[in-house]
Design a binder for this molecule. Structure first.
Ligand code: GEK
Length: 242
């Protein structure tokens, strides 16, 4: 695994974060060292997908990056005729994702699409995963995205939504932000790397509160909404279509 040192040297002017070739090269190391609970969530996504996958349906991995969520789900799902649709608008990610998936899955079982997830019409889905992706969409466009997902899900299907969280209570926000910083320091990121990455993400990753997520998921039509995981200021929810 190539080590993430993208922000290790001082950058004259920190530009907005982009999922380019340099990021794709170090992505597994970057996300593991930056998102508390990422590897646990990836593993548990397989268990959730196994429960909700329906025969002859599609499983969508939206903002798939290198396909870690799909690989976890594919290792668990045993229902007949299930296929995986992986979407990401970074060509650097999708080219690598396709190469990785073809080493592990039969050709007919998956497709990798390089496009904006907002441009994809979901069909016949039993499981949809947005693992740390909705947070990169313009907040004004998030409800429409969830409505598209809801429309493409079969009854009994599930959306798994993992996100960085914002907290309404300032003391809670400060504490969980501090714990996240300690997590990054413990994983070997320097103060310079942490502050430059934070500036790069400022306009790009806009977190919501849990209440905003619940309200939006309900507005999109989901009947059952619950948070099943939290690691400091990162959480994962599941939302079921009745
Ligand atoms: C994982 N789910 O390993 N359309 C398509 N893709 C997008 C869009 C968009 N509008 N916006 C962002 N992306 C993965 C991790 S990373 C999370 C997901 C992170 C893509 C972007 O190119 C990147 O690959 C991914 O969403 C977010 O489980 O890096 O914090």
């Amino acid at each position: 695994m190539q080590r993430d040192a993208i922000y290790a040297l001082p950058q004259g002017q920190v530009v907005d974060f982009a999922f380019n070739e340099a990021v794709a090269d170090v992505f597994p190391d970057m996300i593991r060292r930056s998102v508390p609970g990422y590897e646990t969530i990836i593993g548990l996504l397989g268990i959730i997908a196994k429960r909700y996958a329906q025969p002859g349906t599609r499983i969508y991995d939206l903002g798939c990056s290198l396909g870690a969520a799909t690989l976890s789900m594919a290792s668990q799902v045993r229902e007949a005729g299930v296929s995986f649709v992986c979407v990401d608008n970074s060509a650097a990610m999708t080219s690598r994702c396709g190469q990785i998936l073809q080493r592990h899955l039969p050709a007919g079982q998956f497709q990798v699409i390089c496009d904006d997830i907002q441009a994809v019409t979901l069909e016949n889905a039993s499981v949809v995963v947005l693992n740390f992706t909705l947070q990169f969409l313009n907040p004004a466009e998030r409800l429409a995205m969830l409505r598209n997902i809801y429309a493409g899900l079969r009854p009994g299907g599930v959306l798994v939504l993992s996100e960085k969280l914002q907290f309404a209570d300032p003391a809670g926000q400060d504490l969980l932000t501090d714990l996240h910083l300690e997590f990054k320091r413990a994983n070997g990121y320097s103060e310079l790397e942490i502050s430059q990455k934070r500036s790069a993400l400022d306009n790009v990753l806009i977190p919501d509160t849990t209440a905003q997520h619940v309200e939006r998921l309900q507005a999109a039509g989901f009947g059952q909404v619950l948070q099943w995981f939290q690691g400091f200021n990162f959480a994962s929810m599941l939302a079921v279509k009745s």
